[in-house]
Ligand binder design. Structure first.
Ligand code: FE
Length: 202
């Protein structure tokens, strides 16, 4: 195998999105970065989701989802709310009164510039993740505020890690601290579900 500098992968451009769903009883939402338009005729979008996420099973069963495009104004609190806790144990929309698109799913109204309602047409099994291939059923644009990129999130939104005297490994995605010298290869961040390759040694 040729040399692989995993940092090179961080140079792929990504956005950040809240994917909203409904499990039959309650609304749910999670943060994803892997969303891309595949074709324009017909309009096809792919969304990749870790099987560790509750939303994976929900989307697999319901076959519908909304992709809410986050803007640079998004506070870290929103990433924590949707990204760092699971819909398995938390109702992320308790007592909230968000509007809904025609498919009945919630869409966000703050810190977003658009929403698209997707219908799953295919699911590709990628091992740790599933890639949902979707048709676009509805789409709205709310404003022209710039979409937040993953790079912008890392530079301007995510709080910095204080290096002090702590030893161990830190998750480059969410800042979770693994307080041990040894990080197993198959380690999965308990907060954001990213793997060992997204950790760096302190
Ligand atoms: Fe993490």
């Amino acid at each position: 195998m040729a040399n692989i500098d995993k940092n090179a992968l961080y140079n792929i451009g990504y956005g950040l999105y809240v994917v909203t769903t409904h499990d039959g009883v309650k609304d749910n939402g999670l943060i994803v970065n892997s969303v891309m338009q595949l074709t324009s005729t017909p309009l096809t979008v792919a969304v990749s989701i870790s099987k560790e996420n509750y939303s994976y099973e929900v989307i697999k069963n319901s076959k519908i989802l909304n992709v809410n495009c986050l803007t640079e104004s998004t506070p870290f609190e929103l990433f924590k709310h949707y990204g760092f806790q699971s819909g398995k144990t938390v109702n992320k929309f308790e007592n909230s009164t968000f509007p809904r698109t025609e498919n009945g799913l919630i869409y966000l109204t703050e810190n977003v510039n658009s929403v698209m309602s997707l219908k799953v047409t295919d699911l590709i099994d990628l091992g740790t993740h599933g890639m949902f291939i979707c048709s676009v059923e509805e789409a709205k644009t709310f404003n022209n505020n710039p979409s937040v990129t993953y790079a912008y999130y890392h530079k301007n939104i995510k709080p910095g890690v204080k290096k002090q005297s702590i030893s161990g490994w830190v998750c480059k995605i969410c800042g979770y601290l693994h307080n041990d010298e040894i990080l197993p290869d198959d380690f999965i961040c308990p907060i954001c579900k990213h793997g060992a390759s997204d950790f760096e040694k302190l």
